[in-house]
Design a protein around this ligand. Structure first.
Ligand SMILES: [Zn+2]
Ligand SMILES: [Zn+2]
Length: 265
């Protein structure tokens, strides 16, 4: 099972999870044209289905055009659909709206959603399980806190893409207005490096060997600070062999343990 981010951060998010000929997309937060360009750069085919985390524009802005062009099924929860997409007719044609949490099969993949706290109508992460081998991969971004539910959903995944949004000191001393700083740091905001590192250690304890760091802030973090924090915590806990990769904001990144550093295509 492979995770590839096409872009990652407040400028737009999209991640592919691929296994045995099946490919699913989590979010499409840039234009359909930017998405298709990134997909081509990554050398990946069109996904079989799309799964939406929440309605913020950096996660859905390319979805309407994408679903019109390719008639892909777009799975989302009802609160997300209600808040985001009721304008226009594409919802009826493309969206598969689930009342709340849901499980869907896409070829060999079983996809399960779980709640991630965030200041949206609802926000979900996803766990993807290869029905044949039992291997699991998880994707979660935009979470203010790694709750017990998040831990429970992701534990047992061999690989995971998790948010590593900001360094708390950089956020505190950075240029954002006070209200926005409060929002980002709140339990319904974004995950800081330290909390991401704690989650990474828990995942390593439950067998994860490969972690991708997503939604890294350009203003309140750096890839080096995010990687240093998470790798330092893993090293201190005896998991120095876990591979950690930082997702690039603007280009495809393969989350792979073939390399120690981010692999830009
Ligand atoms: Zn976001
Ligand atoms: Zn968001």
């Amino acid at each position: 099972m492979r995770i590839i981010t096409l872009f990652s951060g407040s400028g737009g998010n999209a991640a592919l999870v691929c296994a045995r000929g099946a490919s699913v997309l989590v979010d499409c937060g840039r234009s359909a044209r930017a998405f298709l360009r990134a997909l081509d750069e990554a050398g990946e085919p069109l996904p079989d289905a799309v799964f939406v985390t929440h309605e913020h524009s950096d996660h859905i802005s390319g979805l309407e055009m994408l679903s019109k062009k390719f008639a892909l099924p777009v799975h989302m929860t009802e609160p997300t659909a209600r808040r985001a997409i009721l304008r226009g007719g594409w919802l009826e044609r493309a969206a598969v709206v689930h009342g709340s949490l849901f499980t869907v099969e896409v070829g060999p993949l079983v996809v399960r959603s779980f709640i991630a706290p965030h200041d949206s109508a609802m926000n979900v992460g996803y766990v993807f399980e290869d029905a044949e081998t039992g291997e699991r991969a998880g994707v979660v971004t935009d979470l203010g806190a790694a709750t017990p539910e998040v831990y429970a959903a992701l534990c047992g995944c061999r690989s995971a893409l998790i948010e590593c949004n900001h360094d708390t000191a950089m956020l505190a001393s950075g240029p954002y207005p006070a209200e926005l700083k409060r929002r980002i740091a709140s339990p319904r905001g974004h995950l800081c490096n330290d909390d991401c590192a704690s989650l990474a250690v828990a995942l390593a304890k439950s067998g994860a060997t490969l972690l991708g760091l997503a939604h890294i802030s350009r203003e309140n973090n750096t890839p080096d600070a995010a990687l240093g924090c998470v790798r330092g915590a893993l090293y201190a806990s005896g998991f120095a062999d876990v591979c950690v990769v930082a997702a690039a904001p603007d280009r495809p990144t393969v989350i792979t343990d073939g390399e120690r550093e981010s692999v830009a295509i």
